[in-house]
Design a protein. Structure first.
Length: 139
């Protein structure tokens, strides 16, 4: 997707890595950038930006509701590439308490809204106005 030039060739393409947690993302992006800086015997002319830039613009990774290292990943990468996953209906789901548990993670309120709603709406092409906006209008 990144080093192979797919995201470079298709700048409107969105990709999502779901059901695999998301705390691995900072290391993975660092490693991709390191390979891009040292291309070795293959030169990928389509990839003009760092792979992390393509991914942070076009990619998404899901976070679980109780993923303890998630705040560190969000701090390093920013909240814009993370979406929320309840992992329902798998055996290890925390549903129906998943959202309440996610809200206890030590993240800024703006990051929580971005991950719970804004990014999901952007990924799936829904209007950005959502439940958070409805609550604020009634207040």
């Amino acid at each position: 997707m990144t080093l192979g030039g797919v995201l470079a060739r298709f700048p409107r393409l969105k990709v999502a890595f779901l059901e695999g947690n998301g705390s691995w993302l900072p290391f993975w992006l660092w490693r991709l950038d390191e390979h891009w800086e040292n291309p070795g015997r293959y030169e990928l002319t389509a990839v003009r930006e760092r792979p992390s830039e393509y991914f942070l613009r076009q990619g998404f990774v899901s976070l679980e509701c109780d993923e303890q290292p998630a705040p560190h990943a969000v701090e390093i990468c920013g909240p814009e590439c993370f979406v929320f996953s309840t992992d329902y209906p798998h055996y290890d789901t925390k549903y129906p308490e998943a959202t309440a548990r996610f809200l206890t993670l030590p993240l800024h309120e703006k990051a929580k809204r971005t991950i719970l709603w804004d990014n999901c709406a952007r990924l799936y092409g829904f209007p950005r106005e959502g439940p958070f906006d409805m609550v604020n209008r009634r207040a």
